[in-house]
Ligand binder design. Structure first.
Ligand code: ADP
Ligand code: MG
Length: 851
């Protein structure tokens, strides 16, 4: 591959960029449908709850109860305000994620390489494009090496087109067609690399003209959503039927149809399950935001719910488990093993001079690879002062690494020299292959290789060759290489990985290491991080030889895949899935994309990952760190737990409210709940389920229990029954208060006061008890949650206001009751959840004795 001379490019200066950004605007398309406040209000106005409130208000006006009507109408405004606020918060969280997840661009500015967000690219910028990049703007290639692009987004043609560098006199063409220098925003570089100068950005690009917006965040229809829609449908239909019955019964028994409608509306408001979908959206959106604080971006929201059920984490060793900061530890040349430690002696022993010389020659000029960085650093130190560093030589050609041959070569031409000098480095086996070593020679080398690998060192073999003809061959195999020796690099394990692996184990999640490295190196690292089965290793070639029937069986217990190329990851993912696992898989390259897509949770590396890998993934790891994945799994489990708690609470709290709207009508007794009361209760319930439970901290045992079964939904039969039971007990208690008040001969307003206070207190206690299904209220009270404190103090203040401020008192149609009676209601209301606390205690002890 001839090397483009990109050193001569300097790019724009910061000042020019600032100027252009001001004049041209950001490189982005006008958002197709940004939800404006008007839209959100329009949506709210559509909501059945809203329509019910307005209808209730109108009926009050009809009845001549102006103040009640006004009260309901002001609630209407209040509810719109809350919803708009909530929606905007959710939208903003998603928007921020979208921006973070959008493609980035590598540009040359002020003479240096800079990685910037794609939206900050301006015309005249120099883009460095490489395999796996999305082109951020339209431009023309100034330099190109084997570059080809997938322009199907613009042309519909899925075969990639070849690109060449611009030459004088070339005319601008439309997307599509081979051998053109033009590159287009939104298309994908599938091979090669190049430098392009940006011609147009944002709406002026070809993509902008057709107005396609690349979706960077997919919401997706999730299983949870379907489950919730189902339950909402069931409740809503039952509710509607009950409402009709109520209106008819009321009308017939009491002869007042308008009031009958009011009672029907009250019941509808009491039953309407509008919290369910709201809670799901809010939890997932805020969940994505929470996870982003742990350096994990969510590209597909459903991944959050899958996280909690992951059973296997397949992770790349280099860079994810280790730091990907290589330092040279040993050289091996001519039968001599030499330690290298610049802190002790910054010199390379004489026997290893030629080895070091060619190792450096085999590096890229401006390397990204940490091994190459370490080698070039060696050249910059003491060793660089010897005659082994050739500053005057020019790099003529480069043979890159390929999945088939894990070795790369550089072809150099010395100043004035006639022959080419070739330096190769790569996996030891690949270098042996290039050098055509005999069986004996390889056996001799296996001693030092095993010694270095079992210390966890990463190994490179080094070889040299020369070539006199001028027609360089197409393959590295055609050179006659001489073996020079081995270099061993140390790559420290990231801090806290060991703890995170242990956490995974206690959480029933298996960690599988995938690496292109030597098996012994991988085994050593596996021991360092405490992997479950560090000695069970399958190599890439063993994997290839294994039949499709054998693999799922073997894969159940294996801890390491070594000498694996990215193409084999797909097979690993599929075999794991066949074995019934829920698989999370990390990846960074173009070749990783199929495996990332196929995994239940694809995780792309944000730091070194390509755009292709990011687009195939559901999560992006911003710091490439394994511990962040584990933190995300932990959060995923917590979010799911909290969703379950919120759902349980919503179900249980609706039972007494619906019951108290229904029973008095059916039994022809005084009504307790009117629309205002329902609204009052809703104003506690809504923030309780969407904020209090959302911010509830994780259960103590989140990472000490096995993953949730993938098909376990929010509502298991048992949980549903328990929630109903909670609600039924509260209803029973409220009815007891109600009937005793009636039998004491109290008037309707007094009965209403006592009953309502009981409902409100029981409601608060339901929140308390549902905060955890595995810890008692006494324990959870020690860790109050801020939202809960707000909701509780707000409720108590408002309750005091409606009880003791005469104007409000009348609006709520309350009577005066002695404080002692209120106290009794409070105690009895709180007592309604005591049984559930006992049940929790019993089930905790039962599970503890089982373990
Ligand atoms: P990993 O999965 O651990 O990141 P890679 O797939 O990056 O491993 O590399 C696999 C093997 O390819 C390495 O063990 C090494 O032998 C060889 N290799 C990787 N990068 C280079 C390079 N820049 N030059 C030569 N050989 C390399
Ligand atoms: Mg690598």
């Amino acid at each position: 591959m001839p090397i483009p001379d990109i050193d001569s490019f300097n790019g724009l200066t910061s000042r020019e960029v600032a100027e252009k950004l001001k004049n041209e605007g950001f490189n982005e398309l006008p958002e197709a449908k940004k939800r404006s406040v008007a839209w959100i209000i329009f949506d709210v106005v559509h909501e059945p709850m809203f329509i019910l409130l307005v209808a209730g208000g109108l009926i009050y006006f009809l009845l001549g109860d102006v103040s009640e009507g006004l009260m309901l109408m002001s609630f209407v405004v209040f509810i719109i305000a809350i919803t708009v606020y909530q929606e905007q918060k959710t939208e903003r969280a998603l928007e921020a994620l979208r921006n973070l997840a959008s493609p980035r661009a590598l540009v040359i500015r002020n003479g240096t390489h800079q990685r910037i967000p794609g939206r900050e690219v301006v015309t005249g910028d120099l883009l460095i494009l490489a395999e796996g990049d999305r082109v951020p703007a339209d431009g023309v290639l100034l330099a190109a090496t084997n570059i080809s692009a997938d322009e199907s987004l613009l042309t519909g043609e899925s075969v990639p087109v070849r690109k060449i560098a611009f030459r004088e006199g070339m005319a601008v063409t439309r997307p599509g067609g081979d051998d053109q220098p033009w590159v287009f925003s939104g298309t994908l570089v599938v091979a090669g690399q190049g430098v392009a100068k940006v011609g147009s950005t944002g709406p002026h690009t070809e993509m902008g003209k057709i107005g396609t917006v690349l979706g960077t965040l997919e919401r997706g229809e999730t299983r949870l959503k379907k489950e919730i829609s189902k339950i909402v449908r069931v409740i809503a239909t039952t509710g509607l039927a009950l409402c009709i019955i109520i209106v008819i019964v009321y009308g017939l028994t009491r002869g007042n149809w308008i009031e009958g409608f009011l009672a029907g509306i009250t019941l509808a408001m009491a039953i309407l399950p509008e919290e369910f979908p709201v809670v799901l959206t809010v939890f997932l959106a805020l969940g994505a935001w929470r996870i982003s604080l742990r350096n994990v971006l969510t590209r597909q929201v459903p991944a959050i719910e899958t996280l909690g059920s992951a059973t296997v984490l397949c992770v790349d060793k280099t860079g994810t488990l280790t730091e990907n900061r290589m330092s040279i530890k040993r050289f091996y040349a001519d039968g001599a093993m030499c330690d290298y430690n610049p802190a002790v002696a910054n010199t390379v022993p004489d026997v290893c001079h030629e080895l070091a010389e060619f190792a450096i020659l085999a590096c890229k000029k401006d390397p990204f690879d940490p091994m190459e960085k370490a080698l070039l650093q060696l050249g910059a130190g003491e060793f660089g002062k010897t005659e082994h560093i050739h500053t005057g030589w020019s790099l003529v050609q480069e043979y890159p690494l390929s999945p088939g041959l894990l070795a790369m070569s550089n072809v150099w031409k010395s100043q004035g020299g006639s022959e080419f000098v070739i330096a190769a480095k790569g996996a030891p086996e690949a270098i042996f292959d290039l050098c055509h070593l005999s069986k004996n020679q390889m056996e001799e080398l296996s001693g030092p290789i095993d010694a270095m690998a079992s210390e966890g060192l990463r190994l490179l073999g080094i070889a040299k060759a020369s070539f006199v003809r001028s027609d360089l061959p197409g393959e590295q195999h055609e050179f006659t290489f001489t073996f020079l020796g081995l270099v061993g690099f140390a790559d420290p394990v990231r801090p806290q990985v060991r703890e995170a692996v242990a956490e995974c184990r206690s959480a029933g999640i298996r960690v599988v290491m995938i690496t292109g490295d030597y098996p012994l190196t991988a085994t050593n690292i596996a021991r360092q991080i405490g992997l479950e089965s560090p000695d069970t290793c399958i190599t890439g070639s063993e994997l290839d030889a294994m039949s499709a029937e054998e693999l799922p069986g073997r894969i159940r217990s294996v801890g390491i895949f070594a000498r694996v190329v990215p193409e084999q990851k797909l097979r690993i993912v599929n075999a794991l899935k066949t074995a019934g696992e829920v698989v999370a898989m990390t990846g960074d390259g173009v070749n990783d994309a199929p495996a990332l897509k196929s995994a239940d949770i694809g995780i792309a590396m944000g730091g070194r990952g390509t755009d292709v890998a990011r687009e195939a993934s559901s999560l992006v790891l911003l710091d490439d760190n394994f511990t962040s994945i584990v933190a995300a799994v932990r959060l995923g489990r917590r979010i799911f737990d909290n969703l379950k708690k919120a759902m349980a609470y919503i179900i249980s709290v609706h039972v007494p409210i619906a019951g108290m709207s229904l029973i008095p009508v059916l039994l022809n007794l005084p009504l307790v709940l009117l629309p205002v009361h329902i609204v009052f209760l809703e104003l506690i319930i809504d923030p309780a389920c969407s904020i209090v439970f959302e911010s509830e901290k994780e259960e103590e045992n989140v990472m000490r229990r096995p993953p949730r079964a993938p098909d376990e939904g929010l509502f298991t039969g048992k949980n549903l029954a328990l929630s109903f039971l909670q609600g039924a007990v509260v209803l029973g208690v409220v009815l007891a208060i109600y009937s005793s008040a009636l039998s004491r001969g109290l008037g309707e307003p007094e009965v209403r006061t006592l009953t309502f206070v009981t409902i409100v207190v029981a409601n608060l206690c339901l929140i308390l008890t549902n905060r955890s299904w595995s810890q008692s209220v006494i324990t959870t009270l020690r860790t109050p949650n801020r939202a809960m404190v707000w909701v509780f103090s707000g409720t108590i203040i408002c309750l005091a206001l409606v009880l003791f401020v005469p104007a409000l008192h009348n609006l709520f149609r309350f009577g005066s009751v002695p404080l002692a009676d209120l106290l009794v209601c409070t105690i009895v209301g709180a007592g309604s959840v005591v049984w559930f606390e006992c049940y929790k205690h019993w089930s905790i002890t039962a599970t503890e004795s089982k373990n």
